[in-house]
Every structure is written in structure tokens, then in C-alpha cells.
Design a protein around this ligand. Structure first.
Ligand SMILES: Nc1nc2c(c(=O)[nH]1)N[C@H]1C(S)=C(S)[C@@H](COP(=O)(O)O)O[C@H]1N2
Ligand SMILES: [Mo]
Length: 199
């Protein structure tokens, strides 16, 4: 992997400190999943982009991997209180998929879905940022299955539950809808520097 873009300084937009309030830095990378790690079959896997778009998309694993990708160094903040600095993720920017599908003007919100029936939602403007990636590699290696391999979303400007592991769908919504943890009391907005943990 050649060019690595460092986006670890995005915290300047949200707060003074790289480590958000109430977080502690860890060098470990704990695994947090609501249920186990789902099976991935590259032959039947299908990624869909649906909802308020001009052209709905359906991509095989091979087609997804052929999309243009970037590598970024990012931080990772878990709502349970740990942060991990300098994670190197390689993948497709959310904006690339949004452009290919042609997001309609009435889209305001986004729902991500995953192989383990997890969902999470974000306002559209929070997704249309360069650091929101659909990533398949971590520190130059294939993304481990426990961490969401083959494909996961990363959202370094939000608590990490906003990043769906095993992601296989993006739906553009004209009205906000809550995802899995958001229905269970976690924050809709999830800004780590404002400690938006619960709703
Ligand atoms: N599909 C799916 N994505 C998920 C989860 C999950 O249970 N299923 N857990 C979320 C939560 S609560 C966190 S903190 C991060 C954890 O990512 P990690 O296991 O790679 O540390 O994934 C998020 N994405
Ligand atoms: Mo979490």
C-alpha cells in the first residue's frame, strides 16, 4: 500500500484533545459484537445500495474489491470507554458509493445493514466525509473476521458502534430511523468529544 492519508487530526473539528473525554487509550484491539461472527461466502455475498438514489447498486465481492480504494490512518473510539490510535484502514470511501448510486436530494439519513442483522444509522452529512470508509484491510492485512471482515465501516468521528462490521448494505432514507443500538438507548449522534453515549 503506497499512500497513507493521516486523518488522526480530525478531532480539531470537535474538541481540543485527541483522546475524547472519558476515554482511555489502549493498544489492544478488543472485539465487541452483539452476537457471534457471521459466515462470509465470497460467491454469494452481495452488497446493495438502495433507497433514495437514482440507481440502486448491487455488487459482488469481486466487483466491490475492484472499486477505487484509499488507505488512511485513523483513531477508533468505543463507547465502552477505550480508544485506539493510529489504525490503518484500506477501503472504499462512502462518498464513492454515494456518487455511483446518485443520492437524491430528498435523502437525509443512512441505514447500514450487516450479515449478523446488525443495523446502525447516521445523518447523511455525517457519512459524506472522507474518513468514512468501507474497509477490508487493517494495518496492511486482510481485515480479521472478528473485526468485521470481509468488510466493515469505520467512523473515527463517531463512537465505533456507528461502524457496521460485516456490512452488506447501505440504504438512503428520506426520514431518520434508528438502528440496533440506537433503539436500545445509545445515542443517535454519538459524538465522542461531546460524550454523546446514550440518548
Ligand atoms: N455488524 C456489527 N457491527 C458492529 C457491532 C456488531 O455487533 N455487529 N458492534 C459495534 C460495536 S458496539 C463496536 S464498539 C464496534 C467494535 O468493533 P471491533 O469488534 O472491531 O472492536 O463494532 C460495531 N459494529
Ligand atoms: Mo461498542
Amino acid at each position: 500500500m503506497s499512500d497513507v492519508t493521516d486523518v488522526t487530526d480530525l478531532y480539531h473539528e470537535f474538541g481540543d484533545e485527541r483522546l475524547p473525554p472519558g476515554q482511555r487509550e489502549t493498544t489492544a484491539f478488543p472485539v465487541l459484537s452483539k452476537s457471534g461472527t457471521p459466515e462470509f461466502d465470497p460467491d454469494t455475498w452481495e452488497f446493495t445500495v438502495t433507497g433514495a438514489v437514482e440507481d440502486e447498486l448491487s455488487l459482488s465481492w469481486e466487483e466491490f474489491r475492484a472499486l477505487p480504494a484509499v488507505t488512511q490512518r485513523q483513531d477508533f473510539h468505543c463507547v465502552t470507554g477505550w480508544s485506539k490510535f493510529d489504525c490503518e484502514f484500506t477501503g472504499v470511501p462512502f462518498t464513492e458509493l454515494a456518487e455511483r448510486a446518485g443520492v437524491r436530494d430528498d435523502a437525509v439519513h443512512v441505514m447500514f445493514s450487516a450479515l449478523d442483522d446488525y443495523t446502525t444509522d447516521l445523518p447523511l452529512e455525517d457519512c459524506l466525509r472522507e474518513e468514512v470508509l468501507l474497509t477490508w484491510a487493517y494495518d496492511g492485512e486482510e481485515l480479521p473476521a472478528d473485526h468485521g471482515g470481509p468488510l466493515r465501516v469505520v467512523t473515527p468521528h463517531k463512537y465505533a458502534y456507528k461502524g457496521a462490521k460485516w456490512v452488506d448494505g447501505i440504504e438512503f432514507l428520506t426520514d431518520p430511523e434508528p438502528g440496533y443500538w440506537e433503539r436500545r438507548g445509545y445515542s443517535e449522534t454519538a459524538d465522542p468529544w461531546n460524550e454523546e453515549r446514550y440518548s
